[in-house]
Structure formats: structure tokens, C-alpha cells
Write a protein of this length. Structure first.
Length: 365
């Protein structure tokens, strides 16, 4: 693209975040007088959680070990809180991320019979399991040639286990929400539920994250706030995770984080259209522009592009690159990517570390 800035430079778990970046825990404390509390998994290398939050507890790297106790800790924290100071609390659950530990723990040879499950009860393969819509050579080398694809038989078992981990985290979330509902804070607390990434789950034959296909790049986003957020309203417009912080800032009544380019989501609840696209990137030096109907993906230093009409092809099986009927839309999305990249402010050393790490690839999940 000619200008490949990265505002954080954080591609992998071992790359520290720049100290120049704003911090939502500190920001809400300094700007709004909030108590910033953190419970659960902390995953920001080079950044001490206690510098940003009042640390109630650290999480466990295995969700089955850490998430269940975290529900009880959340309840105790809410019940024991007597201060009238407003609070911002992060409850950081790990699951369904345990699927990563399961598959790396020697599960490769397992069968349904080994765990006492009727093979007929396993989820079916995604219908796009075999789809490879003109993928980048770099993506193929880093993701497919390094073992991120699965056999059909193992994919079905993988999906069965993944769904069990989702059931576990659903139960924990229910306990956390129940604790809030029974506390004195239920009527004036906003809840935001989201995640950092999705899961390949066999779509396009892939497992894990770091793909710009919908399975791995789409995450939940739920907001609830008595008297603040319309109940049952669904916003169809594309958004991305960078809007979480400015949305929380607006709800808290403080200015948005300095340098944050993403808009708050609250105007969209009043009929606003937002900025009309979501942007994302992955460690294989790919970037995505997602609008209501289309997705455009381009890779640095690679002529391969992907362009999908998601209304007609939600499983991303047909790359429309070169299709004259969508040529104008393709040009619009190329322009959106250029304009978004031009708006980025590069953090020192970020671009260099980004390129070095991305070119090497990673087995990290």
C-alpha cells in the first residue's frame, strides 16, 4: 500500500504495547473519577495491570480453572462494594479459548469413540470447508502450510469440543449477570459484552484466529443499560472493536481517549449511520474493510486481493475480483482502505516490529 502504519504494533502475545498509547483504566479514573477495577485474565505484555486498575484478582490461563471462580469473585466484589464512587469493572473471561489448549495438548489423534460420543452427534462440516477463494500466497504459507488446517473428521470433533466450551462460558456469563441483577448497582450499570477474536471452527478448513474470514473476524457486541440503551434494538451496520473505548467514555460522561479515531456507537442507537465500515488486520500483513454488503481484503506486498458480496455469499466462497458487475464497489473499497490507512498515526518502532513479526509468522493462538 505504500504506507503501512500500525498504531499499536501489537500483533502477537509477546510484542509489548507502546507506553505512548492511552489507557482506558487510567483515563476513566482521571477524567471521570471512576474506580477502575479488573478481574480475570490480563494479556497485555509489558503493561502492568496494577498501574491502570485496582486489581481484584488475576485470572488463570486455563478457562476451566479460572472462569468459574471469577463469577463468585464478581459477586463478592459487587456485594462488598460500599463506595459511592462510580466504577468501571472489567470481567475478563478466557473461554471458549480453551479450545486452543485442548488441541495443543495432544488431542490430534482423538476420535468421537474415544470420548464416548456417537459420531452422528458431532456437528457437520461447514459447507465452505473446502473453499479457498484465491488466497494470498503469504496467507497460505503462514496459515495453511504451518498446520492451521484440519481433516474433515477431526474438524467435526473440534467443533463439538468448541461448542462445549461455549456452553461453559455461557454459564459463567449468566452467573455474572445474575450477580449484577441482585446487587444494588443493577439499575445504573451499563454492561458491554464483546470478545477479541472469533474462531476458524473449520470454515474454509481453518482453525484458530488470525484470519480475515468472517468466522475468525466477527465477534459479539452486546450493550445493555437501563434507561440508556434501547432494549432489543439491533444495529446492522458494521463496527469494529476500536469503538468500544469511545463508547464507554461517552457512557461514562468523559471525553474520548486522545488520538482515538473510532466513533462512539451510541449515535447509531439513535438512528445514526456511523462511519459505514469496519476495519481490521491480522498478523499475515492483511487488512480488511467490511461494509454492510461487501468485504475487501488486501495483503501487503501481494497482488492477491479478495472481494466478497456478503449479502449473496455470506460464506465467502466466491472472490469477485475481476467481476465487472462489482468493479465500482471494488474501487470504492480500495479507496476506503487507502483513506483509513492514511488516517493512522504510526507509533514509533511499530511498523518495523509489525513487519518483522508478521513475516516470520506464528503458531501462537
Amino acid at each position: 500500500t505504500g504506507r503501512y502504519c500500525s498504531e499499536t504494533g501489537v500483533l502477537l502475545n509477546g510484542v509489548p504495547m507502546s507506553a505512548e498509547l492511552p489507557d482506558v483504566g487510567v483515563w476513566l479514573r482521571e477524567q471521570g473519577g471512576y474506580d477502575s477495577l479488573y478481574l480475570g485474565k490480563w494479556h497485555v505484555p509489558g503493561w502492568r495491570v496494577m498501574d491502570s486498575f485496582k486489581l481484584t484478582t488475576m485470572g488463570h490461563l486455563i478457562g476451566l480453572q479460572g472462569d468459574l471462580p471469577l463469577a463468585a469473585i464478581t459477586r463478592a466484589t459487587l456485594n462488598q462494594r460500599t463506595s459511592k464512587t462510580p466504577f468501571f469493572m472489567t470481567v475478563s473471561l478466557l473461554n471458549p479459548h480453551d479450545i486452543c489448549s485442548w488441541i495443543k495438548g495432544g488431542s490430534g489423534g482423538l476420535t468421537a469413540e474415544d470420548i464416548g460420543v456417537d459420531p452422528a452427534e458431532l456437528p457437520p462440516l461447514p459447507s465452505n470447508f473446502e473453499a479457498r477463494p484465491q488466497e494470498s500466497a503469504l496467507f497460505t504459507r503462514v496459515k495453511r502450510d504451518r498446520g492451521f488446517t484440519m481433516s474433515p473428521e477431526f474438524t467435526r470433533l473440534f467443533r463439538w469440543y468448541y461448542h462445549r466450551y461455549i456452553e461453559v462460558v455461557d454459564g459463567v456469563l449468566g452467573s455474572v449477570l445474575e450477580a449484577l441483577a441482585e446487587s444494588r448497582w443493577a439499575d445504573n450499570t451499563v454492561v458491554c459484552l464483546t470478545s477479541d477474536h472469533g474462531e476458524g471452527e473449520g470454515y474454509h478448513g481453518l482453525k484458530f484466529k488470525s484470519s480475515l474470514y468472517e468466522a475468525a473476524s466477527t465477534v459479539p457486541m452486546l450493550l445493555h443499560g437501563p434507561g440508556r440503551i434501547p432494549k432489543g434494538q439491533v444495529v446492522e451496520a458494521p463496527i469494529d472493536a476500536t469503538s468500544v473505548a469511545p463508547t464507554l467514555c461517552e457512557l461514562a460522561g468523559v471525553p474520548s481517549l486522545p488520538g482515538c479515531l473510532a466513533p462512539s456507537l451510541l449515535p447509531m442507537l439513535d438512528g445514526g449511520v456511523g462511519r459505514g465500515f469496519a476495519a481490521s488486520q491480522n498478523l499475515v500483513e492483511g487488512r480488511m474493510i467490511r461494509t454492510a454488503a461487501y468485504k475487501y481484503v488486501a495483503y501487503r506486498g501481494d497482488e492477491a486481493e479478495q472481494f466478497f458480496h456478503l449479502d449473496a455469499d455470506p460464506l465467502e466462497t466466491l472472490n469477485l475480483l475481476g467481476d465487472s458487475a462489482h468493479a465500482s464497489a471494488l474501487q470504492d473499497h480500495r479507496r476506503l482502505l487507502r483513506e483509513w490507512e492514511a488516517s493512522l498515526v504510526n507509533v514509533p518502532e511499530a511498523a518495523k516490529s509489525y513487519a518483522e513479526v508478521a513475516r516470520k509468522g506464528s503458531d501462537e493462538e
